[in-house]
Design a protein around this ligand. Structure first.
Ligand code: G3I
Ligand code: 9MR
Ligand code: ZN
Length: 546
């Protein structure tokens, strides 16, 4: 039987609304909870596209603004029921923020706030500095990265960046309450989002060496088995420092210093001091110090082939935070290196314009966000604006090439493809601030629809949100805690045509990119979760709900 794919959570009354049918039906209806027809419309035939492989018909009901619970019905098929309401995304926003709390390492959780997902304190022992004969170091705290128990500096910095730029651009994020312990500060209490981010910032501070450089990661030598975090007692190692981690930390601490200044001047000063210390180390170590896993170690590597985008971000962020022109000059001197690297295909991680990339692979996009936050006009601010608008146009063109109006190409369906779409949604969000075009909002909304169920897997990629939300993330605590449902709000990595784990390889090789997905706990290349797949959704939702 044919299927009707739609956003399973729902829609805001004034946003675009659609469902996608994979069968022919000239018309469709919207029915309420009493099966009463509230809207009737004609579908439009899109045809078959290469990302989904489906022959699609679009049911657009954007003009319907009634509030309530509805279903789309066409032929013999019906969709799941969803909300149309100003409050459609309230639970989603709460859940995606609260996830960071559940991922806390060390003494992070309390029974009161973690409820059934509470676990005992974990990873408390000091970490051995790998390959050095020095005292072990206390790096307790922060968030577990993902389904594994590693803690990685660049990944952490990037997740924090999504959240804190979110706060800078959309201060409504400061009002989101998600039920975590309160955190005192000079001015009283931190808003929840800043209390949660502080947990990771405090950890990242511990990852900085005396000389200003930053360890790339702290993990056990190999990934733990599927056990609870407190059972993972293997020796912790701090693997070598990298200029990647040092630059990302210089950047994110400068950004954080601006944000926390309004609440706690001492904490803001400390962040700035540590940012400057990292930056000085970078200045005296101009050659890239990249990262490779130690021989035989299999924990996350987060390799990057260059550090220009990281240094660029650091310079832009310090310029924005301090107003000191010398950082601007540094950024300007790095610009051409970043741009040249973008043209080097063999080197390239990101499919879009590099000055718009908000991922761990490339961080120059964060530099652009900092430049947009500066007061006066400049060449680099212009570059940021133009890059974002140019990229938004490319994304709109991509969206016109498939039935889901999704801004992704075949080549975007890699490990963590849901972050690729989220990074694009961040671009569209910021582009909308620079030029409020309907098209940007429409393609942005389609991205959210895709993540929440309007996709050919008919699945919502956020746990606990949507009638057919996925339930089996590759996430160690969830896999072994004996609780049926994972905690809500976790964004899955999503379809990956690379099929990079054994279970994923059971899918036929010619599977359409959008269908290269299995809701299976074993599939780390399709169904893991990470902090930096949740964090861009927080940025995007803050923008949508502002
Ligand atoms: O950039 C290339 C692109 O040019 C190429 O077209 C495409 C097709 O193969 O690959 C792209 O590279 C991918 C790279 O990520 C950059 O996005 C690789 O295939 C892909 O294997 C790689 O995946 C990363 C994965 O670790 C393996 O290294 C994920 O992005 C990254 O999120 C993931 O991170 C892990 C940590 O190591 C450990 N903790 C869990 C976390 C999530 O799975
Ligand atoms: O669980 C690990 C996951 O977090 C990582 O993303 C992935 C790639 O580094 O590795 C997973 O661990 C696997 C390990 O690499 C090899 N043996 C099987 C492990 C998962 O069951
Ligand atoms: Zn831990």
């Amino acid at each position: 039987m044919g299927k009707i794919f739609t956003n399973q959570v729902g829609f805001l009354p004034n946003c675009d609304k659609k469902a996608v049918l994979n069968f022919e039906s000239p018309d469709f209806k919207l029915v309420d909870e009493n099966q009463k027809i509230v809207f009737e419309g004609k579908t439009s035939h899109f045809g078959t596209d290469e990302i989904s492989g489906e022959d699609t018909y679009i049911a657009d009901f954007s003009s319907f603004t009634g509030q309530g619970k509805y279903k789309v019905v066409a032929g013999d098929a019906e969709s799941v029921s969803f909300d149309i309401s100003e409050k459609s995304y309230d639970k989603l926003m709460h859940d995606i923020c609260k996830c960071f709390y559940y991922l806390r390492c060390g003494h992070g959780l309390s029974k009161e706030f973690a409820g059934e997902y509470y676990h005992e304190p974990c990873h408390l022992t000091k970490a051995t500095v790998y390959g050095e004969d020095t005292d072990p170091v206390d790096v307790c705290g922060g968030w577990h990265d993902a389904g594994d128990y590693g803690r990685y500096s660049t990944a952490g910095a990037v997740a924090v960046a999504h959240l804190l730029y979110g706060v800078r651009f959309f201060n409504n994020l400061l009002d989101v309450k998600f039920d975590i312990p309160s955190e005192k500060c000079e001015k009283g209490e931190l808003p929840d989002i800043l209390a949660e981010v502080k947990v990771e910032l405090d950890f990242l501070m511990k990852m900085q060496r005396e000389n200003g450089s930053v360890w790339h990661k702290v993990t056990t030598f190999n990934h733990a088995d599927f056990i609870m975090p407190e059972e993972d007692k293997a020796e912790l190692f701090l693997f070598s420092v990298s200029s990647l981690a040092t630059a990302d930390i210089a950047a994110v601490f400068a950004l954080a210093s601006v944000v926390y200044k309004d609440y706690d001047s001492k904490y803001a000063d400390l962040l700035m001091e540590k940012s400057l210390k990292a930056y000085e180390w970078l200045q005296s170590n101009p050659e890239p110090l990249l990262f490779k896993n130690a021989e035989g170690s299999n924990t996350g590597e987060y390799p990057e082939p260059e550090d220009f985008s990281n240094r660029y971000w650091a310079a832009c962020s310090l310029y924005e935070a301090t107003g000191d022109k010398k950082y601007y000059d540094d950024a300007l001197a790095l610009r051409d290196k970043v741009a040249a690297y973008d043209k080097e295909d063999s080197f390239k991680f990101y499919q879009g314009n590099i000055f718009t990339c908000f991922g761990w692979t490339d961080v120059a996009g964060f530099g652009s966000l900092s430049m947009l936050l500066t007061g006066e006009d400049s060449e680099l601010k212009e570059l940021s604006k133009n890059s974002i608008l140019e990229e938004a146009e490319r994304l709109c063109k991509n969206a016109s090439e498939n039935g889901f109006n999704l801004c992704m190409l075949k080549s975007d369906f890699i490990w963590g493809s849901n972050m690729e779409v989220l990074k694009y949604m961040m671009v569209l969000t910021v582009a909308g601030l620079l030029d409020p075009k309907d098209e940007y909002k429409k393609v942005l909304t389609s991205g959210l629809d895709y993540l929440l169920g309007c996709n050919s897997m008919d699945v919502s990629y956020v746990t606990g949100n949507g009638e057919k939300a996925y339930r089996n993330p590759h996430l160690r605590p969830t896999a072994v805690d004996g609780i049926d449902e994972p905690w809500p709000g976790l964004v899955s990595g999503g379809p990956n045509s690379g099929l990079q784990d054994e279970k994923a390889q059971t899918l036929p090789k010619d599977t359409a990119p959008m269908k290269c997905y299995l809701d299976d706990v074993g599939c780390y290349s399709l169904n893991e979760i990470t902090i930096y797949w949740n964090s861009p959704l927080v940025f995007v939702m803050a923008g949508l709900l502002k």
